[in-house]
Structures are given as structure tokens and as C-alpha cells.
Design a protein around this ligand. Structure first.
Ligand SMILES: [Zn+2]
Length: 81
């Protein structure tokens, strides 16, 4: 079993347990981890707060990821700014 002192960031491969969208919340429980998208995270964390050992909120990365994805797609040496 691995211990994660510094929990790794979520990536595009991390998916919401409820709907399969990209996860932006991670709740660590006694029984394991749950991942949630922004929508389900906000709803689920209210009820999970009592039992979660730890809750990581990565919603702040939503905007940054969206813009970096755009840059990656349009990219190719073109300077947007
Ligand atoms: Zn979801």
C-alpha cells in the first residue's frame, strides 16, 4: 500500500465516479478514494464531509486547463498574446 503525503494532482485520466466527466474533486475516505467532476463534487462533498479523511479541490485548475488545452490544439508556434 502506498502512502501519499503529498497527494498527486488529478489529470485528464481521472474521471468522475458518477458520470465519467473529468474529475476535479478527490475525496479520501477510510475505504478508498472517490473522484468527482465539478458538478457532482459540489453535491457529493456536502454529504461526504462528515466521513471524508481529506478532500482535495482542483476546481481552480478548470480555467487553466481549458486555456492550455486550447493552446495545445491551436498551438504550433502561433502566439496568442
Ligand atoms: Zn460527475
Amino acid at each position: 500500500m502506498t502512502t501519499t503525503e503529498h497527494a498527486p494532482r488529478l489529470t485528464a485520466l481521472d474521471r468522475c465516479d458518477r458520470c465519467g466527466a473529468r474529475a476535479y474533486y478527490r475525496a479520501t475516505l477510510m475505504s478508498g478514494e472517490l473522484l468527482f467532476c465539478g458538478h457532482h463534487g459540489r453535491a457529493a462533498l456536502v454529504s461526504l464531509k462528515g466521513q471524508a479523511l481529506r478532500i482535495d479541490d482542483f476546481t481552480a485548475e478548470l480555467a487553466a486547463d481549458a486555456s492550455s488545452n486550447l493552446n495545445a490544439q491551436e498551438g504550433q508556434g502561433r502566439s496568442a498574446h
